[in-house]
Design a binder for this molecule. Structure first.
Ligand code: UT7
Length: 329
């Protein structure tokens, strides 16, 4: 991306709902235990949206913080992209609902569906719009309310997911900074491993689909695990190669927060010590599109990202998809 207008993060904010569902409470809901959940996933608790909160409400809270930190007013925004698989409604898009809530009157707005890779896909899309001069800024949000599509009687999945939102404002940054490379990919052939079976045009909602619990996440955990371990390694290596960086250049690695064992296998392959990796899966669980921005914003708030730091983010998920980005902060 040399010789292009440099685009980077100029503001960031996050939001998680107040209610915490911890492993002890899950023990009362399904046949599970804290020891199993922590040792197999690293998750201790997750945040769950209140009944009246939808994805756009989570996105709104994260967005106003990101806009304030960027010093940009909603009416100055050119573009809003919401990465989500749990939109408020199929249409209008969550981005349009958010545009209205924010009063971002001149902003174009659309949702992007790439599951847990959605935030990185959206960063790449927004960066392209700004690099080519079509827009000067963009609000990019990863927001999901997975609790609405989680079956809390299925121990295989209900311990894994949480709700949240993270937002960044992208804009022009000084030369030598900003996004250095992206690596986006998909293996559609693996789509059936992780999906929401009903509610779309293939299988519209009906009494039968509700009875068959087809409006909840279906996941083949073991196959997705193998895919995740593989692409976390390959996508990181590819994004580093494109950015002309090496593993040693990484100041902070921000992986999708799905399972501590997947993160640890990437750390081993990339030879990264814990002080160079952001981990918060213990507090928020897997929040899909919100996972990477929640980790990015939290790392920034904790002072773990400073000007000039080389940050690498890598996500993977439904599709199946993956997305990596290398950024000089
Ligand atoms: O962002 C989307 C991407 N998704 C992911 O990254 C998920 C990737 N996959 C995983 O993280 C792991 O595969 C899981 C955490 C989902 C499962 O861990 P695992 O080590 O692969 O366990 P398993 O599926 O091999 O199951 C082991 C056993 C099974 O019992 P049997 O059949 O061996 O008797 C499960 O029934 O653990 C059992 N089990 C549980 N036990 C207690 C499954 N869930 C639970 C539970 N509590 N919550």
């Amino acid at each position: 991306m040399k010789n292009l207008r440099p685009v980077g993060v100029i503001g960031a904010g996050k939001y998680v709902p107040e209610r915490i569902l911890d492993n002890a409470e899950l023990e009362k809901m399904v046949e599970t235990n804290d020891e199993w959940i922590v040792s197999r996933t690293g998750i201790r608790e997750r945040h769950i949206a209140a009944p009246e909160q939808a994805t756009s409400d989570l996105a709104y809270e994260a967005s106003i913080k990101a806009l304030a930190s960027a010093g940009i007013k909603p009416e100055e925004l050119d573009l809003i992209i919401v990465a989500t698989i749990t939109p408020d409604t199929s249409f209008p898009s969550t981005a349009c609902i958010l545009q209205d809530k924010l009063g971002a009157k001149k902003a174009a707005a659309f949702d992007l569906s790439a599951a847990c890779s959605g935030f990185v896909y959206s960063l790449a899309a927004a960066t392209g719009f700004i690099q080519n001069g079509m827009y000067n800024n963009a609000l990019v949000i990863g927001a999901d309310t997975l609790s609405r599509i989680t079956d809390y009687t299925d121990r295989n999945t209900c311990v894994l997911f949480g709700d949240g939102a993270g937002a960044v404002v992208l804009g022009e940054v000084p030369q030598g900074r900003g996004f250095q490379s992206f690596d986006l990919g998909a293996e559609g052939a693996g789509g059936d491993q992780l999906k929401l079976p009903a509610g779309g045009s293939r299988l519209p909602a009906s009494a039968e689909t509700v009875d068959a619990k087809q409006h909840f996440i279906y996941m083949n955990g073991r196959d997705v695990f193998k895919f995740a371990v593989r692409v976390m390694g390959t996508a990181t290596e590819e994004v580093l190669r494109k950015a002309e960086m090496t593993k040693d250049d990484i100041d902070l690695f921000i992986p999708h927060q799905a399972n501590i064992r997947i993160i640890q296998s990437a750390m081993q392959r990339l030879n990264l010590s814990e002080d160079r990796v952001m981990i918060n899966v213990d507090k928020y669980a897997n929040t899909s599109a919100a996972s990477i921005p929640l980790a990015l914003v939290e790392a920034y708030e904790q002072g773990r990202i400073k000007e000039g730091d080389r940050v690498v983010m890598v996500g993977f998920g439904g599709g199946l998809t993956w997305g990596g980005a290398a950024l000089i902060w």
